[in-house]
Ligand binder design. Structure first.
Ligand SMILES: *Cc1c(COP(=O)(O)O)cnc(C)c1O
Length: 448
């Protein structure tokens, strides 16, 4: 089978995610036969450097020998078992290790099977906690402008990306929305820390008015990824933790995208020295192998549910594949790599290489800024540099970068006008150079 044969059959039966399927009348769908390290290979033998870690999930390369063999071993022992009333070693070991790796106050691990579910678990637990402890009326969630927390109705309900949210708004809970500390929106002369301080004042004003009806504040620590790789200062998290304590609301840290080393530390919250009440993990948790999610929480939360059955306080939430042993085995193999190799240290050199190879873009007439947090680097394209006027979305400038990159063997997938790199940690400096060269050439074409 070649690409054309594959695509004809695919487009006859499949409906792909996050896609206007009609685009594929002119935009090639790319069927992938195999992967190895940062490389993907299609049915015509063309190779693509996966600069987006296949939607931010892959950490240590495709078909990683170590994770693959752990998975094969587990599949030979136990593929799955009901997780209510039963347990198994991969889940136990994973929970122990996540509790060890996260802040000391996070002592309980609830397993779900994708990121959106993890967000919904955290929201339900927070709401239910207040109910169980007898505090009535705390039912709303505070989110940030530009937030993204997933696509299922509960998770979409606390998101703020209009493209995904607006068509369904009548189906969604209305959150209370505070302005993001997004440093791109700083005024002339303002630092990232200044924006954080100003936005904490906004959050305080909101909580001052609404804390009685709020169960939790949910944020993506340090980088709002799907909202356009918008970044902010760690001081915001520090201040937000204090505000949540002061106003008696939970803090939910959605580290689904930024966890597992993306921002330079294993978890982004570490850079602020804070512990959330709920920590949501998924994506990189299994190294990009299988859907699995974990929600870590405190003993205080756990104890509010721990009671006589007849008191009806239990958290009666489940998914068929809760705690799937294969997913847990992939996660354990991924954590083994973190434990045995100097991953974060190596990533510092890779992050520096990404900065070096894109530094010249700072002066590009259609680049508003090149920003970076650890292993995430983003290039914001604008129509007018001085006023930062964005290109009209209808022009789909980022899509031109995507097309150019594909033709040149790199998988980039810009978010609107934001071109970004979020590669697997096994990328080499030569591959970073290639990725940056292709991105720069694609940008030149896209703004021409
Ligand atoms: C991807 C993502 C989610 C949703 O995870 P899924 O597994 O796609 O449901 C939630 N929050 C953030 C920050 C994400 O990036």
């Amino acid at each position: 089978m070649n690409n054309a044969d594959f695509v004809a059959r695919d487009l006859a039966v499949l409906w792909h995610p996050c896609t206007q399927m009609q685009d594929h009348e002119w935009l090639p769908l790319v069927p992938i036969r195999r992967g190895s390290g940062v490389w993907l290979e299609d049915y015509d033998g063309q190779r693509y450097l996966d600069a987006v870690s296949s939607w931010w999930v892959n950490l240590f390369g495709h078909a990683n020998p170590r994770i693959s063999s752990a998975l094969a071993r587990q599949a030979g022992e136990l593929e799955h078992v009901i997780f209510g009333g039963f347990s198994h070693a991969p889940a136990l070991r994973l929970a122990e290790r996540l509790v060890d790796l996260t802040p000391p106050s996070l002592v309980r691990c609830f397993l779900a099977d994708n990121g959106s579910s993890a967000v919904e678990v955290a929201i339900k637990m927070s709401f239910h906690y207040w109910r169980n402890v007898g505090v009535r009326g705390k039912r709303r969630v505070v989110n940030l402008t530009g937030a993204y927390h997933g696509e299922t109705l509960g998770a979409l309900g606390v998101g703020d990306v209009g493209l995904y949210r607006d068509p369904y708004v009548e189906l969604l809970q209305a959150p209370l929305t505070a302005p993001s500390p997004d440093a791109y929106e700083r005024s002339p002369g303002e630092s990232w820390a200044d924006v954080a301080r100003r936005r904490l004042d906004d959050m305080q004003a909101l909580l001052e008015r609404h804390a009685d009806e709020v169960c939790a504040v949910i944020v993506e620590p340090l980088v709002q990824c799907a909202g356009g790789m918008r970044m902010y200062h760690a001081d915001y998290l520090k201040g937000l933790r204090a505000l949540c304590d002061r106003y008696q609301v939970h803090l939910i840290a959605d580290e689904i995208a930024v966890g597992f080393g993306r921002t330079g530390t294993l978890f982004a919250c570490e850079q602020a020295g804070i512990a959330p009440d709920f920590l949501c993990l998924s994506k990189g948790l299994t190294g990009g192998y299988l859907p699995l999610a974990a929600v870590l929480t405190t003993d205080t939360v756990y104890q509010a549910f721990y009671a006589d059955y007849a008191s009806q306080r239990a958290f009666l939430h489940s998914h068929s594949y809760s705690g799937n042993p294969l997913g847990c085995a992939a996660a354990l193999a991924t954590l083994d790599i973190f434990a045995e190799e100097p991953v974060l240290q190596r990533n510092q050199a890779l992050a520096a290489a990404m900065a070096r190879e894109t530094a010249h873009l700072q002066d590009h007439p259609h680049v508003a800024e090149v920003r970076q947090t650890g292993m995430i680097l983003a290039i914001e394209l604008v129509q007018d540099k001085a006023s930062r006027r964005a290109y009209p979305w209808q022009e789909r400038r980022g899509l031109r970068v995507y097309q150019h990159a594909l033709q040149n063997g790199v998988l980039l997938r810009p978010l609107g006008n934001v071109v970004y790199f979020m590669p697997p940690y096994v990328i080499s400096e030569d591959e970073i150079r290639l990725m940056a060269q292709v991105a720069c050439a694609g940008i030149a074409q896209a703004v021409a």
